[in-house]
Design a protein around this ligand. Structure first.
Ligand code: 3EB
Length: 341
């Protein structure tokens, strides 16, 4: 069954101007001391010892292979407060809270338990601080494809995440957009953006909702939405989840990276241009492409130039959660301000 977006046209209330700006950035900039307005600086790579620790700077151990972008920076338009509280690192500005928590890879002996613990900690902390709505989550799981069948780390991660979130009986209507990517080593990290206002969950007309996947893909379905729509007064934003070459619930174009890229982008387009959203005219602001095999970067290059023409793109090497998938694309779309209402 494909879950439809029956209530997309409903107003989501009066939202303020976007409380942050996001852009792709270069490592050199991200390793400077962060301005007081920064909510989060994501740096792809490992932390060098000369950089001053700052809870707002998160190192993600994925290799960047395209041009100069190797991270992104989320800057606040409101005063920022940041700190640490137990497992949680956070930065907030009264509208949104950026937060993350991590556990050592050794805790993945019980991946479901580790996922449950991180998700419960993140959800509890943000709700306690009145940021009760999750807009976006990134999951970085070392060895995501380790283990076979239901013993695979990704599937166990889904079990633990589901255990944490299903405590709320209506959780399937409030799921965040998400990305889940495998790293080679390091900590199991979950980072999130929570909001005082609920965004609008958006599903994909070409794909079965992940939370409705059949049993064959794991004991518990993946708890995420295909996108979250945020009706900021100065331009509605669409945070699009990691999107792969999945049609219905089946992986397609096995072994063919070029066809998987084409399908993934067709899926993103179908989501963004669907009835109810189509008339709004969303434009892409940036893309992140995850490749399982860095060798595919060279062969895909002409296709990347054609498809992503002009829009900032970063390309990262990381494992995709289903082992037959070679790549995944996430995106941020923005409605030009004059089209907003
Ligand atoms: C998919 O559509 C591909 O489990 O959080 C993409 C984005 C994928 C997020 C997650 C999984 C997740 O099922 C995989």
């Amino acid at each position: 069954m494909i879950v439809t977006n029956t209530d997309l046209k409903q107003a989501v209330g009066n939202w303020p101007k976007a409380p942050y700006r996001v852009r792709l950035a270069q490592v050199g900039e991200l390793e400077q001391p962060l301005a007081p307005t920064v909510l989060r600086a994501v740096v792809y790579g490992t932390a060098p010892s000369y950089v001053q620790p700052d809870v707002r700077r998160v190192y993600v151990p994925l290799r960047s292979v395209h041009q100069n972008y190797a991270g992104e920076i989320w800057e606040s338009t409101l005063p920022v407060r940041y700190g640490r509280d137990g497992l949680i690192e956070f930065a907030e500005n009264g509208e949104v809270m950026f937060l993350q928590a991590s556990l050592p890879e050794s805790d993945l002996k019980d991946t479901a338990g580790a996922a449950e613990r991180l998700y419960k900690a993140l959800w509890r902390y943000s709700a306690l601080r009145h940021y009760g709505n999750f807009l976006r989550v990134w999951n970085y799981l070392p060895g995501i494809n380790v283990g076979d069948g239901d013993a695979e780390r990704y599937r166990n991660f889904c079990v633990g995440r589901h255990r944490a979130l299903s405590a709320d009986p209506s959780f399937e209507r409030k799921l965040p957009a998400a990305t889940a990517i495998g790293t080679n080593a390091g900590r199991f990290v979950v980072m999130a953006i929570a909001s005082i206002r609920p965004g609008q969950q958006v599903e994909n007309p070409l794909q079965v909702s992940a939370f409705r996947y059949p049993r064959a893909y794991g004991a518990r379905s993946p708890s995420f939405a295909r996108a979250q729509m945020l009706p900021w007064a100065d331009g509605t934003q669409l945070l699009v989840s990691g999107t792969a070459s999945i049609v219905g619930h089946a992986s397609t174009h096995l072994g063919d990276a070029s066809a998987q890229l084409h399908q993934s982008l067709a899926n993103v387009n179908a989501l963004v241009r669907q009835p109810g959203l189509a008339r709004r005219g969303f434009l892409p602001q940036s893309y992140t492409l995850y490749l399982r095999d860095p060798e595919d970067y060279t062969s895909l290059y002409p296709q990347l130039m054609k498809y992503f023409n002009g829009t900032p793109l970063q390309v990262l090497v990381g494992d995709i959660c289903r082992r037959e998938l070679l790549l995944e694309v996430e995106a941020i779309y923005q409605l030009p301000q004059f089209l907003n209402k």
